[in-house]
Design a protein. Structure first.
Ligand code: BGC
Length: 476
């Protein structure tokens, strides 16, 4: 069968009705993917975040962020004792990096704005040099034909606000509105694609419940409050963007994981539902107007205590798109002694599949399951995969990085995105995490996620085999 015949066959089968799902998935994996399979309007890009690439941590009037503070004063929390003071030095090298994106045919770049460059104290006085920096970045993107997709908040709260309680202070709703208002007024004419948050299910529990990320708090009460305030900020930020950005495409992003129960024991099945409520629904459901998933996750009662009159309406926001970010899946079992969630994960190494350098299981079908899951919500907006990718220990050999595992990972996950799309899911784009190797939070610089290798001593960029494949794929 020729490739064209094969694709026609898939199309004719519509929602994969005749072929068993596993056979269809297999076929998609072995068949070389083409950009055109995804349609002409499908959005392709790579993603980064301010703290992970910029460096210039205290330059040109920038204030301290919680990640500056955390890496400087709680060094032991970073496995390698490193920090993002310099990172990829994107602050000084953005021009050549964006030129490289263009050379690699990358049509869109998702990046975030560092709040403390714009408002060094979090609120009040605006730092014009910070505003100017992102004007330069955005202008350069536009010049190189790279469409900017801007995330308002990718985990780097101004430290001055953390000192007032950070996300656990209800004033955070006001602070966030002020910040989003400033950046959307500044850039709204040039940037049309906006995301309010990056992965609330990561920064809220990691920062306030288990303390492994900035600001490093372990405090149930702060966690519950922060969940509710951040939910409220989704609506608040979304509304500010909607009113300031004419013709804007306003979304937000969620980390998500396909969840399986370890076995069919009723307690484990219930644990899987609880895990799903915690990992996949805690922020998403209230934003969709469904309230907290209290029935499946009773701990939500503690969050509901913080709902004030009038909040229910404001928690909901009609986003233009939802960003899904997926890396791995989770297999869980009931474990009563774990507070709040009462479940634990089966370690990835026991699951029998390949693992990435983060110790995460490679499980391509998970992304298909998640697209199906979120597509099934009533009135769900279109989906965009705003992050997917893998860390592997890459080495430069004679000027080349032969990252075959990452390349296979991307192809296998993409095949599953296509599978969901061919079955009718409204998925409109795919961004690889990440454009280049960068500061991987509490893991330091060891895990390399980039399509472009970075030598952190010389700042030399080397396009990896996966990056070369992506640029060829995009060129077609
Ligand atoms: C985050 C990125 C992070 C990546 C890999 C996502 O959770 O948005 O900042 O580097 O995953 O861990």
């Amino acid at each position: 069968m020729t490739r064209e015949q094969y694709l026609r066959l898939i199309a004719a089968l519509g929602a994969g009705s005749l072929l068993p799902q596993n056979v269809l998935a297999e076929l998609l994996t072995v068949t070389e993917l083409r950009r055109s399979d995804f349609g002409t309007n499908f959005i392709w890009g790579t993603a980064t975040a301010a703290y992970q690439i910029e460096g210039g941590w205290n330059e040109d009037g920038k204030g301290e962020s919680i990640w500056d503070h955390f890496t400087h004063y709680k060094k032991q929390k970073i496995k390698t004792r490193e920090n993002g003071d310099v990172a990829c030095d994107f602050y000084h090298r953005y021009e050549s990096d964006i030129e490289l994106m263009r050379q690699m045919n990358i049509p869109a770049s998702r990046f975030s704005i560092a709040w403390s460059r714009i408002l060094p104290q979090g609120t009040g006085a605006v730092n014009q040099r910070g505003i100017d920096f992102y004007h330069r970045v955005i202008d350069k993107c536009l010049k190189e034909n790279v469409t900017p997709w801007v995330t308002c908040y990718h985990w780097d709260l101004p430290q001055a606000l953390e000192e007032k309680g950070g996300w656990s202070n209800r004033d955070s709703i006001k602070w966030f509105e002020e910040y989003v208002n400033i950046i959307s007024n500044a850039y709204g004419d040039k940037v049309k694609n906006w995301m309010v948050f990056n992965e609330p299910m990561a920064f809220v529990p990691l920062g306030y419940l288990i303390g492994v990320h900035a600001p490093g708090k372990v405090n149930f009460e702060k966690f519950y409050k922060a969940v509710h305030n951040v939910v409220m900020c989704h609506g608040a930020g979304g509304r500010v963007l909607r009113s300031n950005v004419k013709g804007g495409n306003i979304g937000t992003t969620f980390s998500c994981s396909h969840i399986d129960a370890k076995n069919d024991k009723p307690a484990n099945l219930k644990a899987a539902k609880r895990a799903d409520a915690f990992i996949n629904r805690l922020f998403f459901d209230p934003i969709m107007g469904l309230g907290y998933p209290t029935q499946d996750l009773p701990a939500c009662k503690q969050i509901e205590k913080h709902i004030q009159p009038g909040d229910e309406e404001k928690m909901k926001f009609d986003f233009d798109f939802i960003g899904l970010q997926n890396y791995s899946r989770m297999m869980v079992y009931n474990l009563g002694l774990i507070p709040i969630i009462h479940f634990a994960n089966v370690p990835a190494k026991k699951l029998g599949n390949d693992m990435t350098d983060m110790g995460w299981e490679v499980y391509p079908e998970g992304i298909y399951q998640l697209i199906k899951k979120y597509s099934a919500y009533k009135d769900v907006p279109p989906l965009v995969i705003t992050e997917n990718g893998a860390a592997f220990p890459d080495v430069v050999n004679n000027g080349e990085v032969n990252d075959t595992k990452r390349l296979q990972f991307i192809k296998d996950y993409l095949a599953q995105v296509l599978r969901a799309k061919n079955e009718g899911a409204d998925v409109r784009g795919y961004f690889i995490w990440s454009f280049m190797d960068n500061f991987e939070w509490a893991e330091g610089y060891r895990p390399r996620f980039g399509l472009v290798h970075n030598d952190f001593t010389t700042q030399k960029r080397t396009v990896k085999a996966s990056g070369k494949w992506f640029s060829e794929f995009l060129k077609a």
